[in-house]
Design a protein around this ligand. Structure first.
Ligand code: UT7
Length: 333
C-alpha cells in the first residue's frame, strides 16, 4: 500500500502590487468597501512585458517546489495543472510547463478546469495515481492570470476587485509511511453553472460572433456574488465534515485549516462554524485577492514558510467555486 505526501511546495506572484486605492483611480470603488466586504487590501497583476504568464509563473513555483522536495526535474513523472486562464485557449498550460521545465521526455500533462476547487481536484487525481503505484512523483500546479481578462472599469467592479494573479505548486510523492493525503472528497452541482462563469470564447460562441459585436460582454466573468456566497458558506463546512468523518476525526483534530481564498468573510464564517480559533484558519487573501486555482498552493507554501505546519499536524484544505464545484482534502503532515 502506498500513500502520497506533499514533499515540496513553492509559489510565485508577479512583482506588480495593485492596491485598493490604485483600483479606485480607474473605477468607482474604494478601499473601505473592498476591505469590509472581502478583506482584500492588495493583489498582484502581471504587466505587459514583465515576462509573467500563467505558465512562466507556474514554472517558477514548480522549480521551488521540486527543489524543496529534494528532487530534480527528471524525477517528475506526471503534471496535473489546475487553471481556468491558461496562456493559450488550447493546448493547456500543462503542456507548456512540461516543455519550459525541461521535463523528462513525453511525461503526461493533464489540465483541470475546475476553477476555485481545481487545485484539490488536481491533488486528488495525483493522489490516485500515486496510491495505485503508477507514479512516484507528481507535480501539481494551480496558477491563474486573471488581470488580463477582467473588466477593470466601474461596470465590472463587483468581480474585478476580487481577483489577482499568481501560481503555486506542490510535489506529491509516494511514501509507505502512514501519513500524507488521507482523503479527498469532490463534488459538483452543474445546475448553478451560470452563477459564476465566462461565456466566450467557447464552442457556443466562437470568434466570428465575438468580432461581429464588439460591445459583447460575454468574454468577461459574470458572478452572482450573493448566490455564490450563500452556497459557499454551506458547502465548505459540509465537505470538510464529510472528510473528517471519513477519517474518524472531528474539527477538534484540525491543526490548520487552509480555505480557498475567495473572501475573508467566508473563511471566517466557516472557521467559526467548525469552532476553530482564528489562529487555526490561514488567510492571505489580504495580499493576493482571489487567485482561483492558485490560492491553496500559494497559501500552503506560505503557511509552511511561516512555520504554521509541523510534522504530525492535521491540515485541512477546502474550496468552493464555479460549477459549482467544491472539495476538501485532509492531510496528515
Ligand atoms: O472564488 C470563487 C467564488 N467566489 C466567491 O465565493 C465570492 C462570493 N461572494 C462574495 O464574496 C460577495 O458576494 C462579494 C464580495 C462579491 C460582494 O459582496 P456583497 O456584500 O454580496 O455585495 P453586493 O454584490 O450585494 O453589492 C452591494 C453594493 C451594491 O450596491 P447597491 O446595489 O447596494 O447600491 C453594488 O453595486 O455594493 C456595490 N458594489 C461595489 N461598490 C464599491 C459592488 N462592487 C463594488 C465595488 N466597489 N467594487
Amino acid at each position: 500500500m502506498y500513500n502520497s505526501k506533499i514533499a515540496g511546495t513553492g509559489h510565485f506572484v508577479p512583482e506588480n502590487v495593485v492596491t485598493n486605492d490604485d483600483l479606485s483611480k480607474i473605477m468607482d470603488t474604494n478601499d473601505e468597501w473592498i476591505q469590509e466586504r472581502t478583506g482584500i487590501k492588495e493583489r498582484r497583476h502581471v504587466v505587459e512585458g514583465d515576462g509573467n504568464t500563467n505558465s512562466s509563473m507556474a514554472v517558477k513555483a514548480s522549480k521551488i517546489a521540486i527543489k524543496k522536495a529534494g528532487l530534480v526535474v527528471d524525477d517528475i513523472e506526471f503534471i496535473v495543472y489546475a487553471t481556468i486562464s491558461s496562456d493559450l485557449f488550447f493546448p493547456g498550460s500543462s503542456a507548456l510547463v512540461q516543455e519550459q521545465l525541461g521535463c523528462k521526455e513525453n511525461i503526461a500533462a493533464l489540465e483541470v478546469r475546475n476553477a476555485c476547487s481545481g487545485f484539490i481536484y488536481a491533488l486528488s487525481v495525483a493522489d490516485q495515481f500515486i496510491k495505485t503505484g503508477m507514479y512516484k512523483n507528481v507535480l501539481v500546479i494551480g496558477a491563474e492570470v486573471h488581470s488580463t481578462g477582467i473588466d477593470l472599469t466601474t461596470r465590472g467592479r463587483d468581480v474585478s476587485v476580487l481577483f489577482g494573479d499568481g501560481a503555486g505548486a506542490v510535489v506529491l510523492s509516494q511514501t509507505t509511511e502512514e501519513r500524507g493525503i488521507l482523503s479527498t472528497h469532490l463534488h459538483a452541482e452543474g445546475k448553478h453553472a451560470k452563477e459564476l462563469y465566462v461565456e466566450a470564447p467557447s464552442s457556443t460562441k466562437w470568434v466570428p460572433k465575438l468580432l461581429a459585436d464588439t460591445d459583447d460582454l460575454s468574454y468577461y466573468p459574470y458572478m452572482n456574488g450573493r448566490e455564490v456566497f450563500k452556497h459557499a458558506v454551506t458547502r465548505f463546512p459540509e465537505v470538510i465534515i464529510e472528510g473528517l468523518e471519513a477519517n474518524n476525526m472531528t474539527s477538534n483534530d484540525i491543526d490548520l485549516f487552509i480555505p480557498h481564498q475567495a473572501n475573508l468573510r467566508i473563511s471566517q464564517f466557516v472557521g467559526k462554524r467548525l469552532g476553530l480559533p482564528e489562529e487555526k484558519v490561514f488567510n492571505n487573501i489580504q495580499k493576493y485577492g482571489n487567485t482561483t486555482a492558485a490560492t491553496l498552493p500559494i497559501a500552503l507554501d506560505e503557511a509552511l514558510e511561516e512555520g504554521k505546519i509541523k510534522e504530525g499536524d492535521t491540515v485541512v484544505l477546502a474550496a468552493f467555486g464555479a460549477g459549482f464545484t467544491w472539495a476538501s482534502a485532509i492531510i496528515k503532515w
